[in-house]
Write a protein that binds this ligand. Structure first.
Ligand code: C5P
Length: 258
């Protein structure tokens, strides 16, 4: 089982009508953390030309079901399915195979699900995709949630040193063959020292200097995250909860370009 890493290209592509800078891949993935399909599709319509893809998470998926993924894909936008699978390997295999049927470009599993779970998640993603004749999604291992800090980690009984815990999980995910990781922008530099240069680092916890952090504990600005080595920025509330989401997204892209 398994396919050579060199055959695989980054699965997300810039939208053809991206008016930001057509020569540059748009790194902003908009988190569609909204409760209904209607609200999500309205945002996709507004934001498709200025975003690199859309993240469908637990809230939207639970209320709107897999059909919302098909509809976004039907509009031609890349989808990051963020359901953070964390279960026994057999169950995760079935869930990943189902996600591949939806033709998503990225999906998440919790690194803390263990090395065996990670290995089979990557293997089944590749096998199922090749059977369907499309590129495999990037299976991303979630290291430590960006909402957790030292106190929260020790409460769970994990290493309270966030950085050490992230490095431990990143190393395990890399050994399991995963080609991408989710980490806080504050850990990008140390994670980069552990994983190959081709590993895609996806960072939530992105906030402009003046914006409220909300429940995120370990944030950086979009520009800081990219300059430290993040490949993709996941941005939710700063765009979707803005009075004018399109203007908010454009402002972020402008800041990155500057
Ligand atoms: O609104 P905000 O920009 O904080 O949204 C961040 C998004 O990234 C949310 O959808 C959240 O579920 C997701 N996420 C995260 N931390 C992780 C993994 C995913 O905040 N470690």
């Amino acid at each position: 089982m398994g396919y050579g890493k060199s055959k695989l290209e980054s699965p997300l592509v810039a939208l053809p009508d991206c008016n930001y800078n057509s020569r540059m891949r748009n790194p902003v993935i908009v988190a569609l953390d909204v409760p209904t399909a209607e609200a999500a599709l309205k945002l996709v319509e507004q934001l498709a030309p200025v975003s690199g893809g859309f993240k469908v998470g637990s809230e939207l998926f639970t209320s709107a079901g897999p059909d919302i993924v098909r509809r976004i894909r039907g509009l031609g936008a890349p989808v990051f399915l963020d359901l953070k699978f964390h279960d026994i390997p057999n169950t995760v295999v079935k869930a990943v195979a189902a996600a591949v049927q939806l033709d998503v470009q990225m999906l998440t599993v919790h690194a803390s699900g263990g090395v065996e779970m990670l290995k089979v998640a990557e293997q089944v993603a590749q096998e199922s995709a090749w059977k369907l004749g499309h590129a495999p999604p990037l299976v991303l291992a979630v290291t430590v949630l960006t909402s957790l800090d030292t106190a929260a980690l020790s409460q769970i009984g994990l290493d309270p040193n966030v950085s050490r815990q992230v490095r431990r999980l990143a190393n395990m995910a890399n050994q399991a063959g995963l080609r991408g990781l989710v980490c806080s922008p504050r850990e990008v530099v140390e994670v980069r020292q552990i994983v190959p240069a081709s590993t895609q680092l996806v960072t939530p916890g992105i906030r402009a200097q003046s914006a409220p952090a909300d429940d995120q504990k370990r944030t950086l600005t979009p520009r800081e995250a990219l300059s430290l080595g993040a490949n993709w920025l996941v941005i939710g509330r700063p765009i979707c909860a803005a009075e004018d989401p399109r203007a908010a997204a454009e402002e972020i892209l402008k800041e990155i370009a500057e």
